[in-house]
Design a protein around this ligand. Structure first.
Ligand code: ATP
Ligand code: MG
Length: 230
C-alpha cells in the first residue's frame, strides 16, 4: 500500500532502451520528495513519456531501480502500483460512450456528484454544460470534435476523481490557445495540490510553479533548478 504522505519517487541509475532501440536513459537518477511537484522538460524524443511508462511498469529498465515511498516498484503489487498513480497521458483514450461514463470510468465507488465535482475542478464542466445533451453527449459521435484541450481536461478530471497520492501529467503535444492552456494549468493545479506530482511539459513556463524543474537531455538530467534559476 502506498500512502500519500510517504509517496516519494526515486529513479536510481536507471538504464533503459526499447527492444532494438537506441539507449533512452543512461544512469538516469532523480528524486522527488513526497508532496513535491517536479516539472520535467526536454526535447521531443528525449524520453519524457518513457519515464512515465517505466514508473507504471509498462516496461522494465535493463538496470537500476525505481522506488516509490522507498520501495522498489518491482516489489509492489501491480494493482497497488497502478492504484497509487493517476496518469494524465499525452493522448487520452476515450470510449464510445457518454462523456459521463468516460469520466466515471466504471469506478462504482464514485457517485455522479463526485464526477461533476471533478469535472468542475478540471475546468471541463463549463464546456460540457453548453453541449445540448450535456453529460449524456456521446463522445463517439463527438470524439473527433473534442478539442485536444478538452480531451486533456477529461484526463485531468479522471485523475482528480481517482484521488491517487501520485499524479503524473504528460502534456499533449498539440499546440493550445492561451485560454485553453490557462484552463489546463488551473485544472492541473487542482489535480496536483497536496500530492507528489510530475508535470511533463514542452515549455518551462508551463511548469513555472514546480518546486523543481529537471531538464532531460541525452538520457539523463542535464540541468536542475527552479523556474527562476533556469
Ligand atoms: P514527445 O515530447 O514527442 O512526447 P518524449 O520525450 O515523450 O517525446 P518518448 O515517447 O519517451 O519521447 O520516446 C523516446 C524515444 O523512444 C523516441 O525516440 C521514440 O521514437 C522511442 N520509442 C518510444 N516508444 C517506443 C517503443 N514502444 N519502441 C521503440 N521505440 C520507442
Ligand atoms: Mg511524450
Amino acid at each position: 500500500q502506498v500512502d500519500a504522505k510517504t509517496a516519494s519517487i526515486e529513479f536510481k541509475d536507471v538504464n533503459f532502451k526499447y527492444v532494438n532501440g537506441k539507449p533512452i536513459f543512461n544512469n538516469l537518477t532523480l528524486s522527488i520528495p513526497a508532496g513535491k511537484k517536479i516539472g520535467i522538460v526536454g526535447g521531443s524524443g528525449s524520453g519524457k513519456s518513457t519515464l512515465v511508462r517505466l514508473l507504471f511498469r509498462f516496461f522494465e529498465p535493463q538496470s537500476g531501480q525505481i522506488l516509490i515511498a522507498g520501495q522498489n516498484i518491482k516489489d509492489i503489487q501491480m494493482a497497488s502500483l497502478r492504484k497509487a498513480i493517476a496518469i494524465v497521458p499525452q493522448d487520452c483514450v476515450l470510449f464510445h460512450d457518454t462523456i459521463f461514463h468516460n469520466l466515471h470510468y466504471g469506478d462504482l465507488s464514485k457517485s455522479a456528484e463526485d464526477v461533476y465535482k471533478a469535472s468542475r475542478m478540471a475546468e471541463l464542466h463549463e464546456s460540457v454544460t453548453t453541449w445540448p445533451k450535456g453529460y449524456e453527449t456521446q463522445v463517439g459521435e463527438r470524439g473527433l470534435k473534442l478539442s485536444g484541450g478538452e480531451k486533456q481536461r477529461v484526463a485531468i478530471a479522471r485523475a482528480i476523481l481517482k484521488d491517487a497520492p501520485l499524479v503524473v501529467f504528460d502534456e499533449a503535444t498539440s499546440s493550445l490557445d492561451s485560454l485553453t492552456e490557462h484552463a489546463i494549468l488551473q485544472a492541473l493545479k487542482a489535480a496536483t495540490v497536496g500530492r507528489t506530482s510530475i508535470c511533463i511539459a514542452h515549455r518551462l513556463s508551463t511548469v513555472a510553479d514546480a518546486d523543481q524543474i529537471l531538464v532531460l537531455e541525452n538520457g539523463s538530467i542535464s540541468e536542475t533548478g527552479t523556474h527562476r534559476e533556469l
